[in-house]
Design a protein around this ligand. Structure first.
Ligand SMILES: [Zn+2]
Length: 402
């Protein structure tokens, strides 16, 4: 599924782009004990969030729309661990050393006579210039004078929007038709510079409901899942906003290129700059398996893989995966998907200075996942064959499926 909406100039982040959550939930129920044993539910021993870095001006309270059911001030203290994590992801020198320079300086290649699905970013020598990290930081600071955040209201006319974590609109004038938060009283909007792009980032209202009404009785693990997915969503949407901000024509037309030409041939990649950032930073987009923001279940990231031949063994990191069973088929073309379940220690580690030091010291972008479970789903319209494997990945290692 192409998650870029070419028609309306808005970038949306689907919960579960593969649309296979029903199957997946059934599968997860059969391995519930293994999922718990592998650390996906967490325990009371998780450390408390302990990051103390400054919150980036992008996310400061004055950038949030206020009004009925937009009382961000009331929940701001509870959001702070997520805002600190999102801020670190946009200020840590290693975290911004790659990915962002391409968005800033990459040449947008468009093939005339084709639609945007073949657009991509060509590398530029400026990406590796010594001054580039500060140019990226400067751009974040400039954006912080022009971005607005809000919590979307449920939109009965757009049920598809109830299935997105966040959306980014290039301007406020087209924002309210998607978010149902009017650019009018009694809502108060942040100041922006009208002569520049002023993206609006809308978050699923369940984030608001969780932090306003359910936070106090939620477990530490559930709070962590909320905070992590919120931080991930914020930076994902900032990536869309960044692309619109430095290349306004992308905002107006909602033309978002592939991150690089090679990704067009890679079935595990997508033409979606926010998702590319998640892949680059975490190894994939972390999605709750129960497809629910408020009662967020274990987090897993999904990747597509090359469709296998008939009757082949499924190898995960070189070892044969265990066949779990045959489940109902999935509409559409045959495909192979993997779901890697992250442990709650992995999630909590991003909220501690020690976790970041460990990640920085390893010299690679992907933080070690350690031992975790991986599901492989081979889907055809007739049936879904499911395999499970327990794997160990060290720093920078992705799961290899063959
Ligand atoms: Zn997106």
């Amino acid at each position: 599924m192409n998650s870029i909406n070419f028609g309306q100039g808005v970038h949306e982040t689907p919960f579960f782009p593969e649309d296979q959550e029903t199957n997946l939930l059934n599968v997860c129920l059969t391995i519930k004990a293994e999922l718990i044993a592998s650390g996906t539910q967490g325990n009371d021993g998780l450390p408390q969030p302990s990051l103390t870095n400054e919150i980036h001006p992008l996310f400061k309270l004055s950038r949030w729309v206020t009004g009925p059911n937009q009382d961000t001030e009331r929940i701001y203290n509870r959001l702070k661990p997520a805002l600190r994590l999102a801020s670190l992801l946009l200020t840590n020198p290693k975290a911004i050393s790659s990915y962002w320079p391409r968005l800033l300086y990459g040449h947008h290649v468009h093939f005339s006579g084709y639609d945007c699905t073949r657009d991509y970013l060509e590398p530029s020598s400026r990406e590796t210039s010594p001054s580039t990290p500060s140019a990226v930081s400067d751009t974040f600071l400039k954006m912080s004078k022009n971005v607005s955040f809000l919590f979307m209201f449920a939109n009965p006319a757009r049920p598809d929007l109830s299935r997105v974590f966040g959306i980014t609109c290039p301007g406020r004038d087209i924002s309210d038709s998607h978010t149902l938060v009017p650019f009018a009283k009694p809502f108060k909007w942040p100041r922006v510079q009208r002569h520049r792009e002023h993206p609006t980032i809308g978050l699923h209202h369940s984030f608001y409901d969780f932090f306003a009404y359910q936070y106090l009785k939620a477990s530490t693990s559930l709070r962590y899942r909320q905070l992590f997915v919120l931080a991930q969503t914020l930076v994902h949407e900032v990536a869309h906003a960044f692309s619109m901000f430095v290349h306004p024509e992308r905002g107006e037309l909602a033309v978002e290129p592939w991150y690089c030409r090679e990704f067009m041939q890679d079935v595990t990649q997508r033409q979606e700059l926010g998702w590319t950032w998640e892949r680059y930073m975490f190894g994939g987009a972390l999605i709750p398996i129960n497809n629910n923001v408020e009662d967020m279940g274990p987090l897993a990231y999904s990747l597509h893989h090359r469709v296998p031949g008939q009757g082949q063994r499924v190898l995960v990191n070189g070892a044969e995966a265990r066949f779990l069973g045959a489940y109902p088929g999935a509409h559409g073309a045959p495909r192979r998907m993997s779901m890697s379940f992250v442990t709650m220690e992995w999630v909590a580690g991003w909220f501690t200075a020690e976790g970041w030091r460990e990640w920085e010291g390893s010299g690679v972008m992907l933080r070690a996942m350690g031992g975790h479970l991986v599901l492989v789903l081979d889907q055809t319209p007739e049936q879904t064959l499911v395999y499970v494997a327990e794997v160990f990945t060290g720093p920078g290692e992705e799961v290899w499926i063959g």
